[in-house]
Design a protein around this ligand. Structure first.
Ligand SMILES: N[C@@H](CCC(=O)N[C@@H](CS)C(=O)NCC(=O)O)C(=O)O
Length: 320
C-alpha cells in the first residue's frame, strides 16, 4: 500500500534549499500550478457497460455542492486512475483537482494525507493511498460493489489488488519513465502534455527534472531490467487468474480487475484512459519496442477489453 520508501526524495530537497523554486524571474508560483482546472475535453464520455445507479450520479448532479468529494490527482498516473475509475464506476459525483507532476508531494502533505497522490478529500477528512480511498468509497457507496460478498472471494480480490499495487505499479512507472527519458521532450510531453501553460519553463528545467526522476524512482539499468520482468510477470498473473467469466475473481467485475487494468494502463494505453497526453505510437522507439513485445499477449488484450467494457462515463462535476 505504501509508495516505495527506500529512496531519496529530491522533491523535498529541492524545495528546502532551492534554486529550483527560486524562480521569480519566471513569475513562478508553484501554488498556482497545484490545482489547475481540468480542461473540458477531459470530461469526455465513453461507452459504459454498467451505468452506476441507473445512470444517475450519486451525490450532487451537475455541479459541486459543499460536501462533494474532491479528488486531488495526477492526470497521467495509474494509481490516480485507479481512484478515478472507482468513483466513476459508482457514479460518485466528485470534483477533480489536477496537480502538476513533480508538485504532488506538496499537495499530499498539505492535506496531511501522506506524500503521494491520489488524495480524496471528503467531509473534512483527507484519504491518501488508492487502496484506502477505494475502501472508503466502497464503504460509503456500496453499489455497484467492487468487493465480492463472499469472504474467500473478497480475500482473493484484495490480495490481487495488493499484488498489482506493489508488484506491478512501481515497475510499470520505472520502465515507462526510463524508456521515455531517452528523449526528454517526449518524456515531458507524456507527463505534462504539450499544451501545459508552463511547458517552456518545464523544458528549461528538464535536465534537473530528469536527474531527480532517476533518483526518486531508482532508475538504473539493473532495476529497469528487473522491473521489465515484473511487468511481464503481471501479465502472466492475469493470464493465470482470469476465469471462464473473463474476470479475475468470480463472475463479475471487482476491485481486482479495476486495479490490474488501471495499473497496466500506462503500458497498454487503452483509448478509454481519460488523459492520454502522448499516444503510444509517439513514444520513444525503446518504449514502443517494449509495448510491442507485449501487445499480442492475452493479458494485454484483457486489459483493453476490461477498459472497453467497464471504464464508463466520468462522474466528475464542475465547481460552482
Ligand atoms: N501506494 C500509493 C502509491 C501512489 C503513488 O505512488 N503515487 C505517485 C504518483 S504515480 C506519487 O504521488 N508519487 C509521489 C512521489 O513519489 O513523491 C497509492 O496506491 O495511492
Amino acid at each position: 500500500m505504501s509508495a516505495e520508501s527506500d529512496h531519496p526524495r529530491p522533491w523535498v530537497a529541492m524545495s528546502s534549499h532551492s534554486s529550483v523554486f527560486e524562480l521569480d524571474e519566471y513569475d513562478w508560483d508553484w501554488r498556482q500550478l497545484q490545482a489547475e482546472p481540468a480542461p473540458q475535453i477531459l470530461r469526455q464520455e465513453v461507452s459504459r457497460a454498467m451505468p452506476a445507479q441507473d445512470g444517475h450520479l450519486q451525490g450532487s448532479p451537475g455541479c459541486a455542492a459543499v460536501d462533494t468529494p474532491v479528488l486531488w490527482h495526477l492526470e497521467i498516473s495509474h494509481y490516480n486512475e485507479k481512484a478515478r475509475w472507482a468513483l466513476d464506476y459508482k457514479g460518485v459525483a466528485h470534483v477533480r483537482r489536477a496537480v502538476t507532476p513533480a508538485l504532488q508531494e506538496f499537495t499530499a502533505r498539505r492535506q496531511r494525507a501522506g506524500r503521494t497522490l491520489p488524495v480524496l478529500e471528503m467531509n473534512g477528512r483527507a484519504f491518501g493511498d488508492s487502496t484506502k480511498i477505494l475502501e472508503e468509497v466502497e464503504r460509503r457507496w456500496p453499489e455497484p460493489p467492487l468487493y465480492p460478498a463472499d469472504p474467500e472471494a473478497r480475500r482473493r480480490a484484495l490480495g490481487l489488488e495488493e499484488y498489482f499495487d506493489e508488484q506491478c505499479g512501481h515497475d510499470v512507472r520505472r520502465v515507462l519513465f526510463n524508456d521515455n527519458l531517452a528523449e526528454p521532450e517526449k518524456f515531458l510531453a507524456m507527463l505534462y502534455g504539450a499544451e501545459h501553460p508552463r511547458i517552456g519553463l518545464i523544458k528549461a528545467l528538464s535536465p534537473l527534472l530528469g536527474q531527480a526522476v532517476k533518483l526518486r524512482y531508482r532508475i538504473r539499468p539493473e532495476t529497469v531490467e528487473q522491473s521489465r520482468d515484473k511487468v511481464r510477470a503481471a501479465f502472466d498473473e492475469i493470464e493465470a487468474e482470469v476465469g471462464p467469466s473473463g474476470y479475475l475473481v468470480g463472475e463479475s467485475f471487482t476491485v481486482a480487475d479495476l486495479t490490474a487494468a488501471s495499473l497496466l494502463a500506462p503500458i497498454v494505453m487503452p483509448p478509454e484512459f481519460p488523459y492520454i497526453k502522448l499516444h503510444p505510437a509517439e513514444r520513444t522507439p525503446q518504449s514502443r519496442r517494449f509495448r510491442d513485445s507485449l501487445k499480442d499477449r492475452p493479458g494485454f488484450k484483457w486489459v483493453e477489453d476490461i477498459y472497453a467494457r467497464h471504464r464508463g462515463t466520468s462522474a466528475e462535476v464542475a465547481t460552482a
